[in-house]
Design a protein around this ligand. Structure first.
Ligand code: TYM
Length: 334
């Protein structure tokens, strides 16, 4: 099959600064996919309203996510970059899909349960139907490949269920969307404190942001948890040490990584040296993205143009899908 015809779609919520997890779980894949596939990438501002109803900093976050995506190598001439709320067809498809989603399955979603725990005072219906809206985003362009991190695996599984239900009831319109990562396995970038993953709005001191200054990167890495070192050759690594090696694997040279692996295995490792090296390599990786994103953010006219052009292309694709959907559902009365 001609790859150009395969459609790729993904999104990022504008709930804070982009971090290393967003980069390695998602954006790195976007950049590699954009040349050979037909790609749609969007800023999921509607999804952010499920947990962040205060919109006072939303516009700034939308512009930042867009500029950071471009700074990471996304090319608005190659991929369609847009903002979710600029494509109202999303909401229409979301409504149809809601009739195919069962409350019981939505209540069991891990991310829903987690958010109920974190925000018990704001368990809104949008939170419950979050995976339905995400499915609408994906199938609005009839996308088959969805580059995401490991945390989105269940949402993709639900998207496949909704798609199959739709296709079964109304006719085969949609391909089954698959979560995608170039390295085969979906990625989870761990936090620096050994608990959980890097996150836009939680765990901020244990998360490395693409906007962090060199000093802050160094500070965060140097205070990452370690211990007295392995007590025996080839000892099993505790979680927080695994995390440091994992981060090193992402940004350092393979020879650097293997040098510290060897030192770990023969018990000569000095975690202070390892963290200094990791900090230096991390700064080398993040600084150019940060500088480029800063420059782009000063050019809001350009970002606006990108968003407008993206919305137009995304709506074209969305309108065609909705035409097919309404025809299949028998909602075409004249
Ligand atoms: P969001 O905004 O939480 O995250 C954006 C992308 O970054 C990935 N990611 C990670 N990957 C690895 N390690 C981490 N620590 C890490 N943290 C985040 C996420 O997996 C995601 O790919 N529901 C989505 C947004 C969305 C979407 C969509 C995605 C809305 N519509 C349609 C795909 C298709 C979300 O909250 O992503």
């Amino acid at each position: 099959m001609d790859k150009k015809k395969q459609i790729v779609m993904s999104g990022i919520r504008p709930t804070g600064f982009l971090h290393l997890g967003n980069y390695f779980g998602a954006v790195r894949n976007y950049v590699r996919l954009q040349q050979e596939y037909s790609c749609f990438f969007m800023v999921a501002d509607l999804h952010s309203l499920t947990t962040h109803p205060d919109t006072s900093s939303l516009k700034g976050h939308v512009y930042r996510v867009l500029s950071e995506n471009i700074a990471c190598g996304l090319d608005p001439e190659q991929a369609v970059l847009y903002c979710q709320s600029h494509v109202p067809e999303t909401a229409e498809l979301y409504l149809y899909l809601n009739m195919l989603a069962y409350v019981g399955e939505l209540e069991k979603t891990v991310t829903f349960k987690e958010k109920v725990r974190l925000h018990p005072d704001n368990v809104n219906a949008g939170l419950l139907t979050y995976p339905v809206l995400q499915t609408a985003d994906i199938i609005l362009h009839r996308a088959a490949l969805v580059p995401v991190g490991k945390d989105q695996e269940q949402h993709l599984e639900m998207a496949r269920n909704f798609v199959n239900r739709f296709n079964h009831r109304y006719g085969e319109i949609f391909p089954e969307p698959q979560a995608f990562n170039f390295g085969e396995e979906l990625i989870k970038v761990p936090s620096l404190d050994g608990t959980g993953k890097m996150s836009k709005s939680e765990n901020q001191y244990a998360t490395l942001y693409l906007a962090d200054s060199d000093e802050l990167i160094k500070k965060k890495i140097m205070r990452a948890k370690t211990d007295a070192g392995p007590a025996a050759p080839f000892a099993e690594k505790p979680d927080y040490i695994v995390n440091l090696f994992q981060l090193m694997q992402l940004v350092s040279e393979p020879s650097t990584l293997s040098q510290f692996e060897t030192a770990y295995n023969d018990c000569t490792i000095r975690y202070g040296d390892m963290k200094s090296q990791l900090a230096a390599d991390m700064i080398k990786f993040i600084a150019p993205i940060r500088e480029k994103a800063l420059l782009l953010q000063q050019d809001s006219a350009y970002l606006q143009k990108v968003m407008e052009a993206g919305a137009q292309k995304a709506r074209e694709s969305a309108r065609e899908t909705l035409r097919l959907v309404k025809e299949a559902m028998g909602l075409n009365y004249y």
